[in-house]
Design a protein around this ligand. Structure first.
Ligand code: CA
Length: 220
């Protein structure tokens, strides 16, 4: 799943980028309000982590702009502004969660996973589809026969994407967008190669190819 990180503190941002990637997210980083607004307009994010004090304005303005434009991606505000009044203001502006700096990365990741689950209408950290169960905490897949296999980071990200919306067709471009940041340029066949590897685990019936359109996870 692809996240937008809006943060002007370069050191904090680069640390977070690495940690979020290890957790199975692909992350685009915007150090200014202007860049965040542009990315938010053109890219498809599962959630955003939003700093408030940015060099060209307040993150709250961007949040209000998103909400008034009916952009409903989950947003977690991550800021040094920590009074209860500021928290209430952030939540009222449309944030889904609010975490004050300094913070523990584990808490941030747990909160991000929670707002993502909620936005997908799930209550537990397991994505279920077609008799398969994907455990987000352990990045492991349970097969219908009860066997468990561990996944590489990319395998996990790809499977989580298609299993979260079973029956929906994802084009190769959409999957690439979800798996890689805009500064990464994977080869054209990389999605095909991962689909091939995943089919060895889940079988050829579970991941269906729609010729010329893309792939879908079969929930029947
Ligand atoms: Ca800041």
């Amino acid at each position: 799943m692809r996240l937008l990180l809006v943060e002007d503190d370069h050191m904090l941002a680069s640390g977070l980028l690495g940690q979020l990637k290890r957790e199975g997210f692909s992350v685009d980083w915007a150090p200014t309000l202007k860049e965040a607004a542009t990315l938010g307009k053109h890219e498809d994010y599962a959630a955003a982590i939003l700093d408030l004090g940015l060099p060209d304005g307040s993150g709250l303005d961007l949040l209000r702009q998103w909400r008034s434009g009916k952009k409903d991606l989950p947003v977690l505000i991550l800021t040094a502004r920590a009074t209860w009044q500021e928290k209430v203001g952030g939540l009222k502006a449309g944030a889904d969660d609010y975490l004050a700096k300094p913070f523990q990365t584990e808490e941030l990741i747990a909160r991000i996973n929670t707002i993502l689950r909620r936005s997908q209408g799930r209550s537990e950290a397991i994505v279920k589809a077609g008799g398969f169960e994907l455990d987000e905490n352990r990045q492991a897949l349970k097969l219908p026969n009860g066997d468990e296999c561990s996944l590489t980071g990319t395998e996990f990200r790809l499977l989580r994407c298609i299993m979260s919306r079973p029956g929906q067709i994802f084009s190769k471009e959409q999957l690439k967008d979800q798996l890689y940041g805009f500064d990464e340029n994977p080869g054209d066949n990389v999605i095909e190669a991962y689909i091939l590897r995943l089919r060895k685990l889940v079988g050829t019936d579970a991941i269906v190819t729609r010729r010329g359109q893309g792939y879908l996870f079969n929930d029947s």
